[in-house]
Design a protein around this ligand. Structure first.
Ligand code: FES
Length: 213
């Protein structure tokens, strides 16, 4: 005789709660693991992105400015202001001026740095003559004494036009070339009465005047 106590059919959702919890737990853990991986990855990306931006930043800045540029002007043409014309007496002894400019390399910007020195002499008709103050022989600094330039290191001597002189001691002048003349901006000299110079250092100990980069 058939029994009336056959098992009752499961109703939909019978495992949902609280009997369903053992099935939900693995799913929840999986979601937490994925979320942890994603968040951890994003957090780890931050220093990486900062490093990449910092590393690439100079590439963008290098396009905006040259390695060094002039103080008191945009300097895009490479000229640096040295003096006003009015501060120079006509046909007087050449005056020595430090050359001050802002320096910039890929990662550093250093304002107002001395990058060399020049001798400036004002001639007739508002013309000027400018020389790099570095001796072409081995790089010592020349001085102007009376009517000539003199280098104390090995007794090179130069006329006021920069040409080599035989030293007073009779020894050969060891400099391989005359003093290095520098280009003056004629427009600023005539219009603004100011001396702007394209400052440049050159390799020493060579007969040819070869600019350093
Ligand atoms: S460095 Fe000037 S004479 Fe030698």
């Amino acid at each position: 005789m058939a029994s009336d106590q056959s098992p009752a059919p499961e109703s939909p959702g019978a495992n949902d709660s609280p009997a369903g919890e053992p099935h939900e737990e693995p799913r929840r853990s999986f979601v937490f693991e994925i979320a942890s991986i994603v968040i951890g990855g994003l957090v780890g990306m931050v220093p990486l992105l900062v490093g990449v931006v910092t590393f690439l930043d100079p590439l963008g800045r290098a396009k905006k400015k040259p390695l060094w540029y002039a103080q008191g002007g945009d300097g895009d043409d490479g000229f640096i202001r040295i003096s006003s014309l009015g501060a120079l007496e006509e046909n007087a002894e050449p005056q020595r001026f430090p050359v001050i400019a802002d320096k910039q390399d890929a990662w550093n910007y250093i304002p107002n740095q001395p990058i060399g020195a020049v001798f400036v002499q004002r001639l007739a008709d508002n013309q000027v003559r400018v020389f790099n103050a570095t001796c072409p022989h081995a790089g010592c600094s020349v001085s102007c004494v009376g009517t000539a330039f003199h280098c104390p290191c090995h007794n090179s001597a130069f006329d006021l036009d920069g040409s080599k002189l035989v030293s007073e001691s009779g020894r050969n002048n060891p400099s391989p070339r005359p003093l290095d003349s520098l280009e003056v901006d004629p427009a600023r000299l005539e219009k603004d009465q100011e001396v702007w110079v394209k400052f440049q250092n050159f390799y020493t100990g060579k007969h040819e005047k070869k600019p350093k980069s």
